[in-house]
Design a protein around this ligand. Sequence first.
Ligand SMILES: [Zn+2]
Length: 94
Amino acid sequence: MKKTFAEKLVCPIDKHELKLTVFTTDIGNNIQEGIFTCAECRRYYPIVYGVPIMSPDEYRQAQLELPLIQRWEKELNGKLEKGFLLVENNEVDQ
Ligand SMILES: [Zn+2]
């Protein structure tokens, strides 16, 4: 996915601007893996194989996305997923 395209995307839930964090790019500098986060509703939207996953919550499957969030743990500064939101460690019931 081209960065110029990624910068045009907004949160599908509330239409607020998204913060883009890129983890890996290909040789053409296209985004391969990364994550969008919405400061308004705190949802996250992963980018996998260059494709952003921006479906409404009811069409998302947490168990498919959890391995990504765990693999990106370091890049996400220890934030965890909770109902498609990225939350601080101390906001999750252990
Ligand atoms: Zn949002």
